[in-house]
Design a binder for this molecule. Structure first.
Ligand code: NDP
Ligand code: GDR
Length: 327
């Protein structure tokens, strides 16, 4: 039975990845923060097969202990402070967790593996946010990185540190440069879920409007369930490498609003949407569109859920959740 250790188990991707690996017959260990993490119940209810280990990415010895207990064949490093807007307010902490946390994870794997560099396969959750002020459209593996947020800068550090451990120690370390991916499990602070929850509540008369920042931004949005499959595929390759994972389509936030409001019978959303500089960012990533040709040809991966289905899935889920709350 293959064994996997996942950091960031309480997050959107951690839950989908754990489900996928359990379905493939893996023994799955989840690395979780805190002695009383409020999301522990969520993990236990959603993926009851996962064995929980506690620790923190800023604490190398806790990662080492988790490795000794889990003895994994595959280590998925998904843990991070992942909210870009928050990273300006907490740049130092973001650097420690999202940046230096990757070094801790790599170093823990190296120490645990002793001289056997191939003992544990390592996955790093890199991000399209690293492209920032985009220099080429679409963006692929060799596009120049120009991060535009403390989060993006920290991810660049983690990305290059992963490559460096691969090149220096011969580790089987791969980076997935994943474009935005969403789902009904997306945190409510991210724009897609903020919209799908608000649309559900507005249609039920529970909320009057939604307040957003820059609605002209464009993103290449996929479905998280499809993207964790790409992570697993990277880990099955004989040779470690870096891959862009994206739908290769870009959409404005306005289009997300169009589809989401239309689903509840509202054609003109303007009266329900306000804008507030509070949600604007000091620097913006305006146009993200990926080119995942390499992943499609080498990994045989492709996204299954398209943009309209993604919006539909999220609004349907939030309508059902809100109705349940009312019952
Ligand atoms: P989430 O924000 O949903 O999850 C982040 C996870 O990191 C949570 O489980 C959180 O735990 C954990 N975490 C935070 N700080 C620490 C710490 N100090 N030590 C250990 N764990 C910690 O993110 P997603 O699931 O959406 O993303 C997974 C990864 O992929 C992240 O690294 C993200 O940056 C990256 N990524 C995400 C993309 C996306 O569109 N979703 C795109 C590209 C990259 P807790 O519950 O305790 O806070
Ligand atoms: P992003 O996702 O920054 O791309 O990072 P987010 O959903 O937060 O923002 C996307 C775009 O929407 C604009 N926006 C708003 N964003 C939020 N959160 N709230 C608002 O009210 C709002 N109004 C407009 C933003 O300015 C931005 O342009 C996500 C995270 O999952 C990262 O961890 C990951 O690395 C990247 O995706 C790829």
């Amino acid at each position: 039975m293959p064994r996997a250790l996942i950091t960031g188990i309480t997050g959107q991707d951690g839950l989908y990845l754990a489900e996928l690996l359990l379905s493939k017959g893996y023994e799955v260990f989840g690395f979780m923060r805190g002695q009383n993490n409020p999301k522990r119940e969520l993990v236990e209810a959603t993926v009851p097969g996962v064995k929980i280990l506690t620790g923190d990415l800023t604490d190398l010895s806790s990662i080492l202990r988790a490795l000794e207990t889990a003895q994994p064949d595959e280590f998925y490093n998904l843990g991070a402070i992942s909210f870009v807007a928050y990273s300006w307010e907490n740049a130092h902490m973001t650097s420690e967790v999202t940046g230096l946390g990757v070094l801790n994870a790599l170093e823990a794997v190296r120490l645990y593996s002793h001289d056997d560099a191939q003992k544990v396969r390592f996955y790093q959750a890199s991000s399209s946010e690293m492209f920032g002020k985009v220099q080429t459209v679409p963006q692929k593996e060799d596009t120049l990185l120009w991060p535009r947020s403390p989060y993006g800068v920290a991810k660049v550090y983690g990305h290059y540190m992963t490559i460096n451990y691969r090149e220096s120690y011969g580790m089987h370390a791969s980076s997935g440069i994943l474009f935005n991916h969403e789902s009904p499990r997306r945190g409510p602070e991210f724009v897609t879920r903020k919209i799908s929850m608000a649309v559900a509540r507005i249609s039920l008369g529970l909320q009057e409007h939604i307040t957003l920042g820059n609605i002209d931004a464009r993103r290449d949005w996929g479905f998280a369930g499809d993207y964790v499959d790409a992570m697993w595929r990277m880990m099955q390759q004989d040779t470690p490498d870096d891959y862009v994972i994206s739908t290769n389509e870009t959409h404005e936030i306005r289009e997300f609003l169009d589809l989401a409001f239309r689903q509840v019978g509202i054609d003109d959303w303007a009266p329900y949407v306000k804008q507030d500089p509070r949600f604007m960012r000091p620097a913006e990533v305006d146009l993200l569109i990926g080119d995942s040709t390499k992943a499609r040809s080498v990994l045989g991966w492709e996204p299954k859920v398209g943009f309209p289905q993604l919006v539909q899935m999220m609004v349907e889920n939030d309508l059902a959740e809100q109705k349940l709350n009312l019952a």
